[in-house]
Structure formats: structure tokens, C-alpha cells
Design a protein around this ligand. Structure first.
Ligand SMILES: *Cc1c(COP(=O)(O)O)cnc(C)c1O
Length: 377
């Protein structure tokens, strides 16, 4: 360790420096809700929906209770039957496939591109059957999936697209916002996402007035007029207190994205020689796209060794994700086995997420870099 270690600990994510500059605005927003006595729906939610729709340049945004509920409500709005199939990447957070299962259909797992960790469009067509209804591309870690070939295949085969943009609000693909490509896009406001609430929250964005209307209805138990239920929905509503906090945070989001991108760039520069020596892989970035680095994920052969080394030196890391979804026990019945999707399985063995949050100071970042070099060289 260095002489005066000002930062003995570098957590994977620290919300304190993120919230510190907006503390007063957050407090008054929360107080405003408390004093309004409007806790479910109301002007905070409506204004926040409007602001997200503008930010993403889409026609409609519907606030819901979580990213998972955004996916479920979207799938319910599109309508799924028992034997329907929906293609999802295997290397993602559980919710992507769990939502398909819960909406009553069967998730069909697709392998990923080794560079970007996103669904591999060249593997899609082979998975399409007469039962396939749609596709859920995930914009993993804050980088958009390769949407051009995905859109082309889905248009040709008559499939809908629900984007899982839970980690990617503000990410762009050839100038267009994540979530704005598909029939609809889903965001999560879980506290660790780039736009994180002070609890759970989510949103569905779309350019389709019909889907927006259907999701609005579904979030209120399928009733557009209270106590008159045309379909069975759920309680998928967004709290006013979340909307009020998120409106404050949305106003700082671009600045936070830029800080994440700057941190990622510093890591990439510091690790370029390690990558040349084949000791570590920095995340691949698609040309013409804006990666917003919800996570900065490297690959290393001795991942567990590196994680332990860093933990012993106060550096927080995480493994997103240790088990690809096609190998999860709850999906045993679908007949996948080890070797079914080799790139997803390899990623699960090699990935390690490093601290990249806005507010990470240079001395902290340097400490992460120093300990990684020390372990690998
Ligand atoms: C976080 C996340 C979700 C679920 O969002 P919640 O708000 O936690 O329900 C879905 N998909 C991906 C890829 C996520 O990262």
C-alpha cells in the first residue's frame, strides 16, 4: 500500500457522492410529496413520465413499480399464450427470462457476442420457430444490442421486440435512444441503475398509443375506469415519492453518464497493455454507439483469484452474472445443459465488474488499477 492511503475502501457503488450535490433538492422533492398527500399516481408521476418520454424522444412513457413489472406489463400488453416462445439472451439478469415465464410463455435462450456480452444476432434465425412471437434484446451493462440486424430479422419474421433497457437509459445506438427501437422499451429505477430511485421503480416507453394505453390499464388491475376490469392486470403502479426523487435525479443524469464514460475511458487506457499481453479483456464497444457503463466489466481467466485479491485490499467488485439463465435450476425442464450456449457460459466464468460510478475519484480509480496490475503482472 502507498504511504497515505486516503481511500482504504473503494466500494463497487457509492451513492453518497452521487446524492450529496442534490441532497437539498431531493429533500424538498420528498417533502413536497409528503405535504401533498398524493402518494399513488398524480402530478409527480405524470410529469416524470413526460420528462422521460422527452429525454428518450418517444411518444409515451408509463411509470410502473419496477423494471421487472415493466417487462411483465409489456408482455401482457402484447399478449402471450401457453405455447408461445420468446427469444432472450442467456447472459442477463434473471428478470428478462423470468418475466417471459411468468407471462405464461417459454423463454428460448440465445447465445451472446463475446465482445459486447449482448445477444448475438447471427444466432437468432436458427432459434425462430412457428411458435416464436417476439424477442427481448437486453442492452447489457449500458450498451445497446446490435439493433440493425435485430430489427431487420424481426420485421422479416413478423416478431415484436421488447427492449430490456433496465441498465441502459440514455445509451444510444446510431443516435437513437435505448428503449426507442422496439414495440416498447423497459427501464428499471432500482437504486444501482444509472437512474436509480430511493426504492423500486420502472417504466415502459413506446411510440404506440395502443401499447401505452394497455400498460396504463394493466398497472391498475386491468381497469381504465375504476372497478370495471376489461382484463386481469396487477398492481404495477409507480409511487409519487419515487417519481419526485427520480425527477431530481433525471436532471443530473447526463452529467453522471459522462463521469461513468470518463472512468471507463481511464480504465481502458490503463489496461491496454494488459489486454495486448492477453492477461485481461476490456469491454468491447460498438462503433457509433454510446455506452453509458452501468457496469464496467472486464474478463480475466483467474477471475475468482482477482476478485479475492481486490477484496483483501478494500476494492469492491461483483460478478454479473455467475450462472447463465439456461443453466438455472428453475429452467431445468427446458432441456439445456452445460455446453448449450458456450459464449454465455464462458462469460459467466470470466467477468468481473469494477467500480465505475460517478463520484469515483481519481485516487480511488488509480487504486483499483494498481491492485489489478499487481495481481496480473
Ligand atoms: C435490473 C434489471 C431488471 C429488473 O429491474 P428491477 O427494477 O430490479 O425489477 C431487468 N433486466 C435487467 C437486465 C436488469 O438489469
Amino acid at each position: 500500500m502507498t504511504q497515505n492511503d486516503e481511500y482504504p475502501k473503494v466500494p463497487l457503488l457509492d451513492l453518497e457522492p452521487i446524492h450529496r450535490p442534490i441532497q437539498e433538492r431531493l429533500r424538498s422533492a420528498l417533502l413536497r410529496v409528503l405535504e401533498s398527500n398524493r402518494f399513488i399516481g398524480g402530478p409527480e408521476v405524470e410529469n416524470f413520465e413526460q420528462e422521460v418520454a422527452e429525454y428518450c424522444r418517444v411518444g409515451y412513457a408509463v411509470g410502473v413499480s419496477s423494471g421487472t413489472d415493466a417487462l411483465i406489463a409489456s408482455l401482457m400488453a402484447l399478449g402471450l399464450d401457453r405455447n408461445d416462445e420468446v427469444i432472450v439472451p442467456s447472459f442477463t439478469f434473471f428478470s428478462t427470462a423470468g418475466s417471459v415465464h411468468r407471462a405464461g410463455a417459454r423463454p428460448v435462450f440465445c447465445d451472446i457476442d463475446a465482445e459486447t456480452f449482448n445477444i448475438d444476432p447471427t444466432k437468432l434465425e436458427a432459434l425462430i420457430t412457428h411458435r416464436t412471437r417476439g424477442l427481448i434484446p437486453v442492452h447489457l451493462f449500458g450498451q445497446c444490442a446490435d439493433m440493425d440486424p435485430i430489427l431487420e430479422i424481426c420485421a422479416k419474421r413478423g416478431l415484436w421486440i421488447v427492449e430490456d433497457a433496465a441498465q441502459a437509459i440514455g445509451a444510444q445506438y446510431k443516435g437513437k435512444m435505448a428503449g426507442a427501437f422496439g414495440d416498447c422499451g423497459c427501464f428499471s429505477f432500482f437504486p444501482s441503475k444509472n437512474l436509480g430511485g430511493i426504492g423500486d421503480g420502472g417504466m415502459v416507453i413506446t411510440n404506440s398509443p395502443e401499447i401505452a394505453e394497455e400498460v396504463r390499464k394493466l398497472r391498475d388491475h386491468g381497469a381504465s375506469q375504476r372497478y370495471y376490469h376489461s382484463v386481469v392486470g396487477g398492481n404495477f403502479r409507480l409511487d409519487a415519492v419515487q417519481a419526485a426523487a427520480l425527477r431530481v435525479k433525471l436532471s443530473a443524469l447526463e452529467q453522471w453518464h459522462e463521469q461513468r464514460i470518463a472512468n471507463a475511458r481511464a480504465y481502458c487506457e490503463a489496461f491496454s497493455d494488459l489486454q495486448e499481453k492477453g492477461l485481461l479483456k476490456i469491454p468491447g464497444q460498438s462503433a457509433g454507439c454510446r455506452h453509458v457503463f452501468n457496469q464496467f466489466v472486464i474478463r480475466v481467466p483467474d477471475r475468482d483469484g482477482l476478485q479475492e485479491h481486490l477484496a483483501a485490499r478494500g476494492v469492491g467488485t461483483a460478478i454479473y452474472y455467475p450462472i447463465p439463465l439456461h443453466l438455472q435450476r428453475c429452467f431445468d425442464g427446458y432441456g439445456y445443459h452445460e455446453g448449450s450456449l458456450p459464449e454465455s457460459e464462458k462469460a459467466a466464468r470470466e467477468v468481473l465488474a469494477l467500480p465505475v460510478f460517478p463520484g469515483l475519484v481519481e485516487a480511488q480509480r488509480d487504486k483499483v488499477i494498481r491492485h489489478i496490475r499487481e495481481f496480473l503482472l
